[in-house]
Design a protein around this ligand. Structure first.
Ligand code: IMP
Ligand code: MG
Length: 179
């Protein structure tokens, strides 16, 4: 799989260190609150798994699945719920856990959807931000890294459902998806 990579952008070690810092901050900010982490399937899975182990206060977890890119590398701009929450979230403090904010469409939609269920608060923790591609305004409270506008894979990020299992984040060679 390393052959398909232009280069590695974020190593396993860099990701681990940043997530530790994010976990410390979240643990402080949510002390005494009723925290539910809502992971966005499937890209958030490695981030969610590592971040939750760095959160030192009681919390529960839930997941949602929404459709985004399909098999393409460009966003369709249309968001569809494929799997909804298991829990009621009224009066809870919700932290959405996502892999990357690109156009911002997905997170904007999700935040509004979750806010409509009357939680006490809804915030976002996102590992990566591609600010160049932003189409809608979105406030990400906990952000791991700003990244340049390349198509990235690994650590949850996929191309056509592959590469999610890589422990690092890499820039995919254009020849892999431009055929
Ligand atoms: P947005 O709605 O345009 O912000 O898109 C967010 C979703 O697009 C993310 O949850 C990812 O699944 C996907 N995505 C955006 N950029 C990349 C990338 O560089 N590699 C893989 N998936 C991406
Ligand atoms: Mg995603």
């Amino acid at each position: 799989m390393l052959n398909d990579m232009e280069r590695i952008l974020l190593s396993e070690e860099e990701i681990k260190q940043r997530i530790q810092e994010m976990g410390n901050q979240i643990s402080k900010d949510y002390q005494g609150k009723d925290l539910i982490l809502v992971g966005v399937l499937k890209g958030s899975v490695p981030f969610m798994a590592d971040l939750m182990k760095r959160i030192e206060i009681p919390c529960s977890m839930d997941f949602m699945a929404v459709s985004s890119y399909g098999n393409s590398t460009e966003s369709s701009g249309i968001v569809r719920i494929l799997k909804d929450l298991d829990f009621e979230i009224e009066n809870k403090d919700i932290l959405i856990i996502e892999d990357i904010v690109d156009s911002g469409t997905t997170l904007k939609y999700l935040k509004k959807y979750l806010a409509s269920k009357n939680p006490k608060s809804v915030e976002i923790a996102c590992l990566l931000n591609k600010p160049e591609r932003r189409a809608v305004e979105i406030d990400v409270k906990y952000l791991g890294f700003e990244v340049p506008n390349y198509f990235l894979v690994g650590y949850g990020l996929d191309y056509a459902e592959k590469y999610r299992n890589l422990p690092y984040i890499g820039i995919l060679k254009e020849c892999v998806y431009k055929k």
